[in-house]
Design a protein around this ligand. Structure first.
Ligand code: PMP
Ligand code: GLU
Length: 397
């Protein structure tokens, strides 16, 4: 039978992070000793105080549909969190809880973009941005950044990318995959450019907010009073609270955008999982200090991996200020033949490392930068050391 699938899905790329994780799982099941450094997923268990809240919710019979945009108590916890951590004041009408920050981002694209609207993506960007934009018939406009500028877009680059069709600017800070963080001053300089273009909405993805190593303080674009009414602040619990599988993300946004996301979500998924929502209330109202042990551990691992990367000839890496990835430039290997494999791009390097080092990474190509690969250091020190030793050896041939 011929392919009856929609153009929409035929044109959609498979999520490279999830595809590599699936491939690594498959190889492991075949008995291969794969070290998975592809997926951005903390290797910690969800803390007990959060699990206890979920168990209580089960026993308290939270089994019915929740409001589409989330329980009132969770929205209140999110409002408290935004005030406490970001100095942002939102009302319940401005908050929508979704099934992961991924759905939050998807909703926003669907409710803002019309066909042909352009979205500026400083790249490298997180894999799904470009496809989420295209699913909403938007046009991703990639703005390449450089390692010299710590992979941050300059105001000049932003201005040059803006056209009459520009509808949005999307970025993550801390950034997946580079770990870069925009300082308050850098965001102000971007905001100054945006003042000339009032039609542009900013999507500020802050899911790695708490995974910050203290070099640059976190700042939310919406904290600037002149940006508040045109910024959607996206966040979630997956990363900092080790809750990837619980699937809760949320936005703080102008109320007309929140209302539209609520309407869309009501036709697509309804409210997010009720038990997970109850657990997230506890996650958000408890002091952030309760999760700082994970950030401290990531900090140690970051030091370790940066040291090991320096020992690999040709790998050039910025120093991530947040998140848990390194994004080394691997172009030194392009044009070489290793173990009979011709290496031409980041996918070749990543696949070569999977085959010859048994280490799963993600090609930078899917993040909009074909010169780098992404390596997650959300893994034990022993795994990181073994993986990087194997990578070095596999590239020595
Ligand atoms: N934004 C970024 C930058 C991410 O790395 C991720 C990773 N999953 C998400 C959004 C989506 O988060 P969630 O798991 O809550 O859907
Ligand atoms: N955000 C994580 C990553 O970049 C999880 C995978 C995904 O949702 O794509 O690896």
């Amino acid at each position: 039978m011929s392919n009856q699938l929609s153009d929409r899905v035929n044109n959609l790329a498979i999520s490279a992070t999830l595809a590599m994780a699936a491939k690594a799982r498959e190889l492991k099941a075949e008995g291969k000793d794969i070290i998975g450094l592809s997926l951005g997923e903390p290797d910690f268990n969800t803390p007990d105080y959060i699990k206890d809240a979920a168990i209580k919710a089960v026993n308290d019979n939270y089994n019915s549909y929740s409001p589409v945009d989330g329980y009132v108590e969770l929205k209140e916890a999110i409002i408290t969190k935004f005030k406490r951590d970001n100095n942002l004041t939102y009302t319940q009408a401005q908050v929508v809880v979704s099934t992961g920050a991924k759905q939050s981002l998807y909703n926003v694209a669907q409710v803002i973009l019309n066909k042909g609207d352009e979205v500026i993506l400083p790249c490298p960007y997180w894999v799904s941005y470009s496809d989420i934009v295209q699913l909403a018939e938007g046009v991703p406009v990639e703005v390449p950044t450089s390692i010299e500028n710590n992979f941050k877009m300059t105001p000049e680059q932003l201005e040059a990318a803006i056209t009459p069709k520009t509808k949005m600017l999307w970025y993550s800070s801390p950034c997946n995959p580079t770990g870069s963080i925009y300082s308050k001053e850098e965001l102000r300089a971007l905001a100054d450019v945006l003042q000339k273009y009032p039609q542009i909405i900013v999507v500020s993805d802050e899911i790695y907010e708490h995974i910050n190593y203290g070099v640059t303080a976190h700042f939310s674009m919406a904290e600037f009073p002149d940006m508040y009414d045109r910024t959607v602040t996206v966040n979630g619990v997956a990363k900092a609270f080790a809750m990837t599988g619980w699937r809760i993300g949320y936005i703080g946004a102008p109320s007309y955008i929140a209302r539209a996301c609520n309407k869309l979500q009501g036709q697509v998924t309804s409210g997010a999982n009720c038990i997970a929502q109850r657990a997230v209330i506890t996650a958000l109202v408890e002091p952030v200090s309760r999760i700082s042990f994970m950030v401290d551990t990531f900090k140690e691992r970051r030091k370790l991996i940066l040291g090991l990367i320096k020992e690999i000839p040709g790998f050039v890496c910025n120093e991530p200020e947040g998140a848990f990835y390194v994004f080394p430039n691997v172009t030194a290997y392009f044009g070489k033949t290793l173990n009979g494999t011709k290496i031409n791009d980041s996918t070749d390097v990543s696949m070569y490392l999977l085959e010859h080092a048994n280490v799963a990474t993600v090609a930078g190509d899917s993040f909009g930068n074909n010169n780098c690969i992404r390596i997650s250091y959300a893994a034990s020190e022993a795994q990181i050391t073994e993986a990087l030793t194997r990578i070095k050896k596999a590239l020595e041939v």
